[in-house]
Design a protein around this ligand. Structure first.
Ligand code: HEM
Length: 480
């Protein structure tokens, strides 16, 4: 029985000085080639385990889920008032209750009911892309994912740029930007700092957290109170919050009001990865124009030019499905997932994993596994075509995490992405932007660091594909 291998470390502080400051998933993946797919790093006495293969992640996080499903404590987030957020919740009774509510809400069957909302928002997305005056498509994409979430969570349709929910969604983004990666600030390592004033060295983040508390509070109160008022006035549309309020009324609720607010805030906070995934798709279309041509042909032959695609076309568009799957694999938007924590000592393949270890699944590393994916850095949708017609490489399910903490919204997310991708492909051509001198810009396929992984350069040109596509899109403005 031995500790999992890892790179050389310093006395006392361990790997603190060696922790990668940038592009950690790539550094971990390179280390894994030397030290293996189960590695241990020690930081200030804490055991950090990095899993670099699907086999190890399934072996521990799925198969031994009973002892690998906790999350590390996040004192900074607690200080901010991010309470009852499922993503960061410790394992236990409260977690189980919350998780059940999400699983029921995002079941396959329930997800089918969101399709009209998703379709309408996808049409709005294309209209907004085509009328965008800048090439900063990030904000247009955010508007799409926020638009869907606000309808699903609070039954509210965003129709103007000064909608308060858009303001709230910007605030969430700001809070996450000023507080850094979850678990990565000094007070996460030395919780005692939380009691010190913000000017004290190292306690800086505690000051930040206190300053942002009112913003977080608003995110908790505003949606809940708005839906409550609409319910009382008899004009609330179906939504996550309305269902929870009705459960309170009928005494069938599993969650307290404060827990419900936290659950809704969790959902709003989940806006970013979906918008990043659509951005990855756009990047792929710029860099791999041949894929776009095949996709256009498939849509033209299956859907035709007289209508826009709908969810009922999905089964007849296998190449679009491959593009979606390859978008998820090529540049994973959650490259290290969300860390798990082990709650018991364990031995895996003869290696001792102490209780309290923080476990990272290197999802980025798994996408680069050359034994599973040929030419893994290239965008090749055909890799998923089943054999004998294609190589039949497996879909990249790892993107949504593992075991009892796996993303509960994945069926919903896949639909959000599919309808956005197919609507863009049916109506637009994505191509290279051109600089002032007339040179074609070829963006590099690199992603930003951190929890919110986004293409570093997304300069591109998006134009209507044809007159008839333009007409179809214009018509949607009248119907939706
Ligand atoms: C492309 C978009 C998305 C990706 C790639 C993604 C991926 C993930 C990953 C990797 C985890 C952690 C899994 C683990 O710990 O092993 C997670 C958790 C979670 N996701 Fe997603 N997610 C996405 C979108 C969403 C959306 C839109 C929602 C909600 C509307 C959502 C809700 C959640 C929640 C609540 C958790 C926490 C689950 C728990 O801790 O038990 N996700 N997601």
């Amino acid at each position: 029985r031995h500790s999992p291998p890892g790179p050389p470390k310093d006395p006392l502080i361990g790997h603190l000085r060696h922790m990668p400051a940038a592009q950690a998933p790539f550094v971990f993946h390179d280390w894994a080639k030397i030290y293996g797919d189960v590695m241990q790093l020690k930081v200030l006495g804490k055991s950090i385990i990095v899993l670099d293969s699907l086999q190890a992640a399934v072996g521990l996080l799925d198969k031994r889920g009973a002892i690998y499903s906790d999350r590390p404590p996040l004192p900074l987030y607690e200080l901010l008032g991010w309470n009852y957020m499922l993503s960061f919740m410790r394992y236990g009774e409260t977690f189980t209750r919350h998780r059940q509510v999400y699983q029921a809400f995002f079941s396959r069957q329930q997800c089918a009911e969101f399709e009209p909302i998703q379709t309408e928002e996808a049409h709005r997305l294309v209209r907004n892309i085509l009328s965008s005056e800048t090439d900063d498509y990030g904000s247009v994409l955010s508007r799409y994912t926020t638009g869907i979430l606000v309808q699903v969570v609070a039954g509210h349709k965003i129709t103007s740029d000064d909608d308060h929910y858009l303001e709230l969604s910007k605030m969430v983004y700001q809070v996450f930007s000023v507080t850094g990666a979850p678990g990565g600030t000094p007070i996460d390592f030395i919780p005692a700092l939380r009691h010190l004033p913000g000017w004290f060295p190292g306690a800086y983040y505690a000051g930040v957290a206190r300053a942002w508390q009112p913003v977080v509070r608003q995110l908790y109160d505003y949606p809940y109170e708005s839906v409550q008022q609409e319910k009382e006035a008899g004009n609330a549309s179906p939504s996550f919050l309305l269902s929870r309020l009705q459960e309170i009324e009928n005494n069938t609720t599993q969650l307290t009001p404060e827990e419900i607010k936290g659950a809704a805030a969790t959902l709003f906070g989940a806006e970013l990865p979906t918008r990043s995934a659509i951005a990855v798709f756009l990047l792929a279309m710029v860099l791999y124009p041949e894929c776009q041509i095949i996709a256009h042909k498939e849509i033209d032959s299956v859907v035709g030019a007289s209508r826009l695609p709908t969810f009922s076309d999905r089964g007849d568009l296998p190449y679009i499905e491959c593009i979606l799957q390859e978008t998820l694999r090529w540049n994973p938007v959650a490259p290290l997932g969300v860390p798990h924590r082990s709650t018991q000592d364990d031995v895996y393949r003869g290696m001792f994993i102490p209780k309290g270890s923080i476990i990272f699944a290197n999802i980025r590393g798994m996408a680069l596994d050359e034994n599973t994916y040929k030419d893994p850095t290239k965008f090749i949708p055909e890799r998923f075509i089943p054999s004998p017609a294609g190589p039949g490489e497996p879909e990249f399910g790892s993107l949504f995490g593992f075991g009892r903490r796996r993303c509960p919204a994945l069926h919903f997310v896949e639909r959000n992405l599919w309808i956005a991708i197919v609507s863009i492909l049916a109506t637009c051509t994505v191509s290279n932007a051109v600089d002032e001198k007339g040179n074609i810009i070829v963006p590099e396929a690199t992603m930003s660091d951190g929890v919110d992984s986004y293409p570093k350069d997304l300069r591109c040109l998006i134009k209507p594909r044809s007159r008839s596509a333009e007409g179809l899109i214009a018509e949607t403005a009248l119907v939706d």
